[in-house]
Design a protein around this ligand. Structure first.
Ligand SMILES: C[S@@+](CC[C@H](N)C(=O)[O-])C[C@H]1O[C@@H](n2cnc3c(N)ncnc32)[C@H](O)[C@@H]1O
Length: 249
């Protein structure tokens, strides 16, 4: 894997000084920043009408997904779903799965809610909160069958690497919440972050690489190309998919 020599400065989120972020997490090191002012009227309307029904309010209490979805079914979760293209695709292609999306960006949630309503989906719920706190405090142990982390912010400057979501505490939270045999699916177009993920996952005996030690997996056919992935393609970046199975403890 080649480390890109040109830094994509435009890609990096900028810090928000007014910090509505504090409502979204108590963590001091955050993998996101909240961008204000880009929610359209249609997205605001969808948030107002649909979030009370399809949103799960963050709390420190463990949730019962079967009660929330009113059925027992496999649970898949996507972290940082952006505008929700993959999330909507998963929910519509797998009506037998309960799908949860965690995202902090309001307009993305609004966009996904509009798509959900248009597609007539009922097997999708949204949590507008820091996914790290959701994984650590809200999801019961061994409650997820699949967890997706697609094109997370790469935080490419060295002094920002601590803000990358893939860290020891993330892997601990994933190992706790995934069922044995459950799947962690990461993808990135940032070569050096791909190496970072691979290094940490290979060193973690709780996970097994589905493609064999040190290898990336082929891009799964089912996965739609995401907005950030398209941007990576335009910039000439290679994309890696990393699929790991949670081992039986
Ligand atoms: C680079 S974008 C990728 C979006 C989408 N997955 C795609 O490929 O188009 C990263 C997204 O992750 C979200 N994000 C970052 N850290 C998060 C966290 N801790 N909890 C929830 N969402 C997070 C950001 O708000 C942003 O929308």
């Amino acid at each position: 894997m080649v480390i890109p020599d040109k830094v994509d400065n435009d890609r990096q989120p900028t810090e928000d000084s007014s910090s509505p972020t504090d409502r979204l997490t108590r963590r001091s090191i955050r993998s996101f920043v909240v961008r204000n002012g880009r929610t359209t009227a249609a997205q605001a309307d969808a948030l107002h009408r649909l979030l009370p029904r399809y949103g799960i309010t963050y709390s420190d209490q463990l949730i019962d997904t079967a009660a929330i979805f009113k059925r027992s079914a496999p649970v898949w979760m996507e972290i940082g779903f952006g505008n929700g293209d993959v999330l909507l695709n998963m929910a519509s292609e797998h009506p037998d799965v309960n799908v949860i999306g965690a995202e902090v960006h309001e307009s993305g949630i609004g966009h996904a809610l509009i798509g959900m309503e248009n597609a007539g989906l009922d097997n999708l719920r949204f949590i507008q909160h820091d996914a790290m706190e959701v994984l650590e405090n809200m999801l019961p142990p061994e409650s997820l069958d699949k967890l997706l982390l697609l094109f997370p912010d790469p935080w490419h400057k060295k002094r920002h690497h601590k803000r990358r979501i893939v860290q020891t505490d993330f892997l601990n939270a994933v190992a706790r919440t995934l069922k044995p045999g459950g799947i962690l699916h990461c993808a990135t177009d940032w070569a050096e972050y791909g190496e970072w993920m691979l290094e940490r996952l290979e060193a973690d005996a709780r996970f097994t690489n589905q493609a064999g030690t040190g290898n990336a997996s082929p891009r799964p056919d089912w996965r739609p190309v995401t907005r950030f992935e398209k941007r990576g393609h335009r910039l000439g970046h290679d994309v890696v998919d990393l699929l790991y199975t949670r081992n039986v403890p």
